[in-house]
Design a protein around this ligand. Structure first.
Ligand code: SAM
Length: 272
């Protein structure tokens, strides 16, 4: 008979359901969260509750957000304490600013997340950076390396720039496929992103996102060529490119976050 989840439902690949079955890993995640009794935590994708079971005992308020209706009733029966709220919805549609304002505290976001949603989840956290204290998530090891990559390395890309722009990313530890059911094909890593609490960067956010995305959109090209894809008239593009000739000879992976900030500020001044 096929192995099933603890709730008697078959894991769905389309929902990224690789359930944690190694209690040591669960405990290590909880240990590294350094939970405090006044923490307000959001868990993405509780599944059959491997992390939930620990989180609920340690924090003031826990909200769990699960898209799979098959496990919601079980979660409701299992977790009945007054400090837990169970939301049957898509985390990508969840209103974090409303959750934050209802509890008047910054949110700690945690999850063994579906790997195909790693980028959308990270970008949701970036968009809501003002509401979030920190993020601790299980991701594919390769993606973890991209998140923490430094400029000049092969892995450095959009995720690295935005992660460093919004916070301080670190890899906590790697997790073998054997710790999950069903086993994923890849090794995983638990990543922590400490969001900046006071905003260190003065830059137009829209422009910053546009410049980083446009530059990495043509990753192998120098900025001289990739920035031609910015949505401006030809003569504006010429002014941008000619105003910083040395920088324009670089490829995007050579630029630090600070250089991207300076470049965005520079372009903002030109188009204004
Ligand atoms: N936390 C559990 C564990 O560690 O065993 C489950 C982890 S499993 C990798 C990912 C979980 O996220 C599944 O329970 C899945 O149903 C849920 N999920 C998938 N897409 C989701 C979404 N958009 N919003 C909320 N939960 C989602």
């Amino acid at each position: 008979m096929a192995r099933r989840t603890g709730f008697g439902v078959k894991p769905k690949q389309s929902l990224g359901q690789n359930f944690l079955v190694d209690e040591n890993i669960t405990k290590n995640i909880i240990r590294d969260l350094h939970l405090r009794h006044d923490d307000v935590v959001i868990e993405i994708g509780p599944g059959r509750g491997a992390l939930t079971n620990h989180l609920v005992k340690h924090v003031k308020q826990l909200t769990i957000v699960e898209i799979d209706g098959r496990v919601i009733d079980h979660l409701r029966q299992r977790f009945t304490s007054s400090n837990i709220t169970i939301l049957h919805q898509d985390f990508l549609e969840t209103d974090l600013s409303m959750l934050k304002s209802s509890v008047k505290a910054k949110l700690r976001v945690v999850g063994n997340i579906p790997y195909h949603l790693t980028s959308p989840i990270l970008f949701k956290i970036f968009e809501n950076a003002a509401c979030v204290y920190d993020l601790t998530v299980m991701v594919q090891r390769e993606v973890a390396r991209r998140i923490v990559a430094e400029s000049g390395s092969k892995e450095y890309g959009i995720l690295s720039v935005f992660s460093r722009f919004y916070g301080v990313p670190t890899i906590l530890f790697n997790v073998s496929p054997n710790c999950f059911y069903p086993k994923p094909k890849v090794t995983s890593s638990v990543v922590h992103l400490q969001l900046h609490q006071s905003y260190p960067h003065v830059v137009d956010l829209k422009m910053f996102h546009l410049v980083v995305r446009t530059a990495f959109g043509k990753r192998r090209k120098t900025l001289r060529n990739s920035l031609r894809y910015l949505p401006y008239e030809e003569n504006t593009l010429e002014r941008i490119i000619n105003s910083a000739p040395t920088l324009m000879e670089q490829r995007p992976e050579q630029l630090t976050v600070e250089q991207f900030i300076d470049l965005s500020t520079h372009i903002e001044a030109i188009i204004r």
